[in-house]
Design a protein around this ligand. Structure first.
Ligand code: HEM
Length: 521
């Protein structure tokens, strides 16, 4: 069901059951309102408990467009993916940046940019995202590859026999340090690893409070979070950052821009750097975990991806030697179609970001098929792509991990259908339109490189036979975390000489029997 202007308006007190009369008199063309009976909170508790289920339930009752009162905000959800484009391309009447600025400045403790005190700062910062694309992306990806190899080497080179670790902790430790060094530089002190792991531990504490901060809960109510945030921000004061060596162009360019704004204090600049760190690892770490977890849980997927990796190494003459010295060009990374498909599949299953826009004026949003939605100034519009990602009409057996879902005839598959119609948007872990993640290409490269190095160098397997589920407390905020950590073990792949295709190449023991056979989930 879709709301149209042409129908007699449904006033909220004559709405369907569950639709409360208490807030608005609905104007013509406005979607049905689910108000809830708790003052101020509205439907916040139910939404927070399980947003995915809540939205599906409302869609069943009310159709593809409805408004929900959540903690003082009135959010209109557009559930039909064919209508997404009309929201995404309307960046004039549907604004994003002011909303994001308000939320980020509060969460990361810097003065809001949109208050007029910092003319063009937002635009200048956005211009810098060019350093995460094209040629600069190749450079930063090369650095990431080198840093990942150094960290694997430092952390894992002694693993001639099985080493057991917790998987989330492992992904977090490797990805945090590699990302940190790549973006901000190496901490030159003898205890450089220790300094970064201290920052990481504080980051994990802060990140645990992130959903509450995003829900507008005052930081004073969140235990030690305020203190931890302050300590984290202090790490990024200029006097500390200038000591770090070999940081990225993107961070350097941000520093240069901040220096031009006298009204931005030292602490404020540091807070901006901290916010960028959060953006660069907050989603990448759990996404890397899910990529690894699903691969290890699915032996066929693991074998196919490992095969692709080995094949690339052999075909480019890069043997796995005692030290890491692997180089991958952009083209080679792009051509890892099985690895990319497996990553996309895990992103499909674990991402839960809500794409929000704010209506700048009272206006009528025109949708496909002459449908229209009346919006008021200040209304929120939201797309919730997790519904699309789990739609059985788009993805057969959506709860199943199928590592090759994004491959067709050996090539990347980019055509997906719903009700026989081709979808423009079918996978949206990185958001959309004006709010699309500027780090998405780097993120994909980083995750590919992590899995590449892990599988090129190690035999890896789970040692616990338990299912890990999504922790829903971050629904709507990005990549969901696992509800528990899980143990896995790794060992350097033993190098056996074998003649393959007439060439003598190093091969690993991927044909080794696993310790136990896990059921496919
Ligand atoms: C799997 C990894 C990642 C995912 C799933 C992800 C997802 C997203 C999403 C959904 C948004 C939009 C948020 C919104 O609509 O409110 C976003 C924004 C952003 N992301 Fe990412 N991201 C990832 C990795 C990265 C990396 C590696 C970087 C940088 C190195 C990065 C930098 C940013 C920044 C700076 C923004 C804010 C953009 C703005 O100013 O509007 N992200 N990300």
């Amino acid at each position: 069901m879709v709301v149209t202007l042409h129908r007699k308006p449904r006033l909220c007190w004559e709405a369907k059951p569950g639709v409360s009369p208490s807030r608005w008199k609905r104007k013509t063309g406005e979607p049905p309102l689910i108000n809830g009976w708790i003052p101020y909170l509205g439907m916040a508790l139910l939404f927070r408990k399980d947003a995915f289920k809540f939205l599906l339930d409302q869609q069943k009752k009310l159709g593809d467009i409805f408004t929900v009162h959540i903690a003082g905000r009135y959010i209109t959800f557009i559930m039909d993916p064919f209508q997404y484009v009309y929201v995404i391309r309307n960046s004039k009447q549907l604004e994003f940046h002011e909303f994001a600025d308000k939320m980020a400045s509060k969460t990361f403790d810097y003065p809001a940019l949109s208050k007029g005190k910092f003319p063009d700062l937002k635009e200048n910062l956005h211009r810098i995202y060019q350093y995460l694309q094209g040629k600069p992306l190749d450079i930063i990806s090369d650095h990431m590859m080198k840093n990942l190899q150094d960290i694997f080497e430092w952390k894992c080179s002694q693993a001639t026999d099985w080493e057991t670790e917790k998987m989330y902790k492992f992904c977090c430790s490797v990805m945090f340090e590699a990302s940190f060094i790549t973006l901000y530089g190496r901490v030159p002190a003898a205890d450089g690893h220790k300094v970064i792991s201290e920052i990481r531990d504080k980051f994990i504490k802060f990140d645990a409070s992130f959903p509450y901060l995003a829900a507008n809960i005052p930081i004073e109510l969140l235990g030690a979070t305020k203190k931890v945030r302050k300590e984290l921000i202090h790490h990024f004061l200029l006097q500390n950052m200038t000591k770090w060596l070999g940081g990225s162009k993107v961070v350097q360019a941000r520093q240069d821009i901040f220096e031009k704004y006298e009204l931005l204090g030292d602490y404020d600049k540091a807070a901006h750097h901290f916010a960028f760190l959060w953006a660069s690892v907050g989603n990448t770490i759990p996404a890397t975990f899910w990529a690894m977890y699903y691969l290890l849980r699915h032996p066929k997927a693991l074998a196919a991806v490992r095969d692709e990796i080995d094949h690339l190494l052999h075909s480019t003459g890069q043997k796995r030697g005692p030290t890491y010295n692997i180089h991958l060009t952009r083209e080679q990374l792009d051509n890892l179609v099985y690895l990319e498909s497996a990553l996309n599949e895990s992103l499909r299953m674990c991402s839960s970001s809500m794409n929000i826009r704010i209506s700048q004026e009272d206006f009528v949003l025109k949708l496909e098929g002459n449908q229209e939605v009346g919006l008021r100034k200040g209304d929120w519009i939201a797309l919730y792509p997790q519904i699309l990602h789990m739609d059985p009409e788009v993805y057969e057996d959506p709860k199943e991990y199928k590592f090759d879902r994004y491959i067709e005839n050996g090539k990347k598959k980019t055509t997906f259908y719903k009700a026989g119609r081709k979808l423009k948007y079918f996978l949206m872990p990185f958001g959309s339109g004006i709010s699309m993640c500027p780090g998405r290409f780097l993120a994909m490269n980083e995750m590919k490189m992590f899995i590449f190095l892990l599988l090129a160098r190690f035999d890896v397997e789970l040692v616990e036979n338990k299912a890990v589920r999504l922790d829903n407390s971050r629904m709507g905020l990005g990549i969901l975390l696992p509800d528990v950590d899980i143990a896995f073990r790794y060992k350097l792949r033993s190098l056996r000489k074998r003649k393959a295709l007439g060439l003598e190449v190093d091969i690993g023991c991927s044909d080794m029997p696993p310790r136990f056979v896990l059921p496919e989930l």
